[in-house]
Design a binder for this molecule. Structure first.
Ligand code: AMP
Length: 473
């Protein structure tokens, strides 16, 4: 998954992009990058592996002058976790530098890549986003907008983009609108960002969220609406509301916090736990859901698990550590809340089941009398091909086991998953605007071919040194 941002018409744009990326860190922790454009149209970029603050010490930011900048944080869902795949991509294009930040996955990237390679394209990365750069650059159409449209006409899947060609910045959302993109105003300039939390941190004022198929050009201080992309049925990713976006954001016109509370309330209606003593969340993603469960059920809300906030997703577990030890590194139970009690534990989702197995064993050791696990989303039965990093069918616990088998494997007294209808209702879906393929198996596009070509390239090419890239007009 990824977080993207663009800032135009504001001095020190790279510093604002940096702050925005900082707020979007939850969308990707593997790599970060910024490309800035100065008044002379010179582009300078810096990308690196790691967290935003690690990749951008103050000195590096000072070397990125200009009033336009775009940024990216990445967690790989296509291509491997290597510097070559970090974004924004920056290339020499015939009318000036072209920089691109992409959130989503193209479902036909492998076929397009094979075709482009046959025509002589040389790829520097295995990420599907580079396919877009090649398609734009190779288009025979005349204007940049026509070339972008030409390229977009050939790709399928999820693409929310912030890109610059010369000094013009574009914000684009694919016709199904899988991933969010906000347009905001800041001191006479403009900002594009994945989530509203990135606008709050820089004091930008939300103007509107781009609709599925919408794209805009920002140039000389003006926002120009470009003709809508060919329409498709909207497919907003419901997992953005369940897990991915930050609770202080508004995405798809919905407060993430309020949606999560409602998911928790609906869960309590569908799977109450009469006789339990209290309810608590697996922090932090399920906090609002446990609050909703408590409000609806009347069960006392407790803090039964404390999370260590210094454990990132890139934390390397000691190889020989048991499952419980691995979970203990991240969570610790509050024994006084748990001992002798019948507890309801609310989590947002169950993916492989490994965290829950460890957590259940941990709360039992802390003296829980009964454990009732409640999940604020339905069983995940298939991978996501549109940008969320869910594992393969083989690894998904609910793709291979019944709910009763999962209950027995986790060792809980009762297990309750939210129903698909309950999930959609809680997320305010009256018009069928959400993609729920990972829960329903109903994929709105053809499913991609295996990514053999891409992973082979990662094995044969490694970038170990420079991560500072330049492009001149
Ligand atoms: P698991 O142990 O694989 O079942 O992981 C379940 C936990 O992972 C839940 O607490 C979720 O909050 C979290 N989670 C859900 N989706 C993802 C994802 N795509 N990447 C990382 N963590 C996730």
């Amino acid at each position: 998954m990824c977080g993207i941002i663009g800032v135009a018409g504001v001095t020190h744009a790279a510093e604002l992009a940096y702050l925005g990326l900082y707020a979007l860190q939850h969308r990707g922790q593997e790599s970060a990058g910024i490309v800035a454009l100065d008044a002379a149209g010179r582009a300078r970029g810096h990308r690196g592996m790691g967290l935003v603050q690690e990749v951008f010490p103050p000195k590096v930011l000072q070397e990125l002058p200009g009033e336009t900048a775009i940024g990216h944080t990445r967690y790989s869902t296509s291509g491997s976790s290597v510097l070559a795949n970090a974004q924004p991509s920056l290339v020499h294009y015939h009318t000036g530098p072209l920089a691109l930040s992409h959130n989503g996955n193209l479902t036909n990237a492998v076929q397009l890549r094979e075709q482009l390679i046959c025509k002589g394209s040389i790829f520097q990365s295995s990420s599907d986003s580079e396919v877009l750069v090649h398609l734009i650059a190779r288009s025979r159409k005349k204007t940049p907008e026509e070339q972008i449209l030409d390229a977009l006409g050939r790709v399928e899947g999820a693409y929310t983009l912030v890109l610059t060609i010369g000094t013009a910045m574009y914000g684009i959302v694919d016709p199904r609108g899988f991933r969010p993109l906000m347009l905001a105003e800041l001191n006479g300039g403009w900002v594009l960002a994945s989530e509203t939390c990135a606008l709050d941190i820089i004091g930008a004022r939300l103007v509107r969220e781009l609709l599925p198929g919408e794209w805009v050009k920002i140039e000389n201080g003006r926002v120009i609406d470009l003709p809508q992309l060919p329409p498709q049925r909207p497919q907003r990713c419901v997992f953005e509301l369940i897990y991915f976006s930050r609770p202080d954001s508004v995405v798809f016109g919905t407060s993430v916090d309020l949606a999560r509370r409602e998911l928790g309330r609906q869960l309590a209606r569908e799977h109450p736990a009469p006789g339990a003593d209290c309810v608590f969340a697996v922090p932090d993603s399920a906090n609002a859901m446990a609050l909703g469960f408590s409000e609806e059920s009347g069960l006392k809300l407790e803090h039964g698990l404390i999370r260590n906030h210094y454990v990132g997703r890139t934390f390397i577990n000691p190889g020989s550590a048991s499952r419980t030890t691995k979970v203990r590194i991240k969570f610790n139970p509050v024994r006084e809340v748990i001992e002798g009690k019948s507890i309801v534990v609310v989590d947002d989702s169950l993916v492989r089941g490994t965290t829950s197995k460890g957590l259940v064993s941990m709360v039992k050791h802390a003296g829980a009398r009964e454990v009732h696990l409640r999940l604020a989303s339905p069983p995940i039965i298939g991978p996501c091909y549109y940008g969320i990093d869910t594992p393969t069918y083989e690894e998904l616990i609910a793709a291979n086991n019944t709910v009763e088998e999962i209950r027995a494997q986790l060792g809980v007294d009762t297990l309750g998953y939210l129903s698909p209808a309950g999930m959609l209702h809680a997320c305010g879906d009256s018009e069928g605007r959400f993609c729920h393929a990972c829960f329903s198996g109903n994929y709105p596009t053809a499913i991609p071919k295996r990514r053999a070509a891409a992973s082979e390239q990662d094995e044969t090419t490694t970038i170990t040194d420079t991560n500072l890239v330049h492009a001149n007009q």
